[in-house]
Design a protein around this ligand. Structure first.
Ligand code: FAD
Length: 365
């Protein structure tokens, strides 16, 4: 069902089109059990590694177009596949950006092969949008860094092999790598679209400083700057799937002596959905292309892409549920799953309001 017309856009090269087709074939051939998120994610990470697909997000020179395209393809089929893929990149990104040679050697090959599961632990119960309010602390004892604090909403919490986390030192917020046995990730969080997630507690946890002390905030933001545009890619995948489902249903459903698709109000909905997706995709792939091919800053572009694509995906999925009628709110329907899946995208990696602040700040500079 998936259409590839937009892959002809000038933002892409032949390798991107090939990659998207390969990933589409790969995900179709690999079943995803949505009921068992932890074991499914572990298996998916291993399989994505074996297929060398994780090389695209665990990379010394990440190509944002490739990551965004892969996320779009995976999200079209399975939210968990997108999640497993993206988290390996988000969790290992700070090591790519600031790790020593020894830290890179210790974690990146394993993360790329799917042999070590990564997590990015920044948010805290009292510091979500307001990252600067973080209260975790790190102190050096006999040459060893010890971290104490609580991180929450941690994707891959409980199944991760290592956490890149952030804690306050004398110099400011600093980044650390903490191995899983040092973290207590037993407090699980159940989401409306189940993913492996927990609150992670560090109590005098042994960690390795990542990058320079005091540079943690900048490092976290540089990492998000790469991955924010790719959240937009995932949103596009969910939205395209919702549109395809809605088109099929509108053509099949008989009513008032014809088809649901024959009614002009339905046609207007479909037109709005398709136009919204196209606009969001243009912003997304323009942002990715700019990051990949220029030295220019993409803070504003990635914020616009993330905001527009996630907000559009929400309204497209909602319209698809409406087109399905009662069936749309029935457990097990694809549009019902998309409805649960897409909601968190407007909150994580900077809520829509935070993206607006970022965009306005850039405009007013
Ligand atoms: C599914 C999911 C996965 C996640 N994965 C991770 C992860 O792997 N690692 C990690 O560290 N964190 C993760 N998070 C946490 C996520 O980044 C935070 O939820 C997010 O930053 C918002 O923080 P908060 O939940 O504390 O909400 P709050 O900070 O309390 O914000 C609440 C709301 O306030 C509004 N708001 C925010 N700023 C402004 C403003 N300037 N003006 C007006 N309104 C504003 C927004 O609507 C926001 O949703 C995840 C969250 C979810 C839901």
């Amino acid at each position: 069902m998936q259409r590839f017309e937009h892959y002809d856009w000038p933002f892409f090269e032949e390798r991107h089109r090939r990659l998207a087709s390969e990933a589409d074939a790969w995900i179709r051939a690999n079943a995803v059990d949505e009921e068992e998120p932890d074991s499914t994610c572990r298996a998916l990470v291993r399989k994505l590694g074996a297929a060398r697909l994780l090389d695209h997000c665990v990379s010394a020179a990440p190509d944002v177009r490739s990551i965004a395209l892969l996320r779009e393809v995976f999200a079209y089929h399975h939210g968990l596949a997108d999640f497993a893929f993206a988290m390996q990149g988000l969790g290992s990104g700070p090591i790519v950006l600031a790790g020593t040679e020894a830290q890179k050697k210790a974690w990146l090959p394993k993360a790329a092969r799917g042999e070590a599961i990564a997590a990015f632990a920044l948010s805290e119960p009292e510091a979500g949008s307001d990252v600067a309010a973080s209260s975790s602390v790190a102190r050096k004892e006999n040459g060893v860094w010890r971290i104490t604090g609580t991180k929450t909403w941690i994707s891959n919490g409980g199944i991760a092999d290592f956490y890149v986390t952030f804690a306050r030192t004398d110099e400011g917020l600093s980044a650390f790598i903490v191995e899983a046995p040092e973290a207590d990730a037993s407090e699980r969080i159940d989401l409306i679209a189940p993913h492996p997630m927990s609150t992670v507690k560090f109590r005098d946890a042994r960690g390795e400083l990542l990058g320079e002390a005091g540079q943690g905030f900048k490092l976290a933001m540089r990492n998000l700057d790469v991955f924010r545009t790719t959240v937009a890619g995932a949103a596009l995948g969910f939205a395209r799937r919702a549109l395809d489902e809605a088109l099929a249903r509108a053509k099949d459903r008989r009513m008032f002596g014809g088809r649901l698709a024959d009614l002009q109000i339905t046609q207007a909905k479909l037109a709005d959905m398709a136009t919204g997706i196209e606009s969001a995709a243009l912003l997304t792939y323009k942002s990715a292309w700019k990051k990949d091919t220029t030295e220019l800053r993409t803070t504003r572009d990635s914020a616009m892409a993330k905001m527009q694509a996630t907000e559009t995906a929400q309204s497209v999925v909602d319209a698809a549920v409406q087109i399905f009628g009662g069936l749309g709110v029935t457990r097990g329907q694809m549009v019902e799953r998309l409805y649960r899946e897409v909601r968190a995208l407007r909150i994580y990696e900077g809520a829509t309001e935070v993206q607006k602040v970022v965009i306005a700040r850039q405009l007013l500079r």
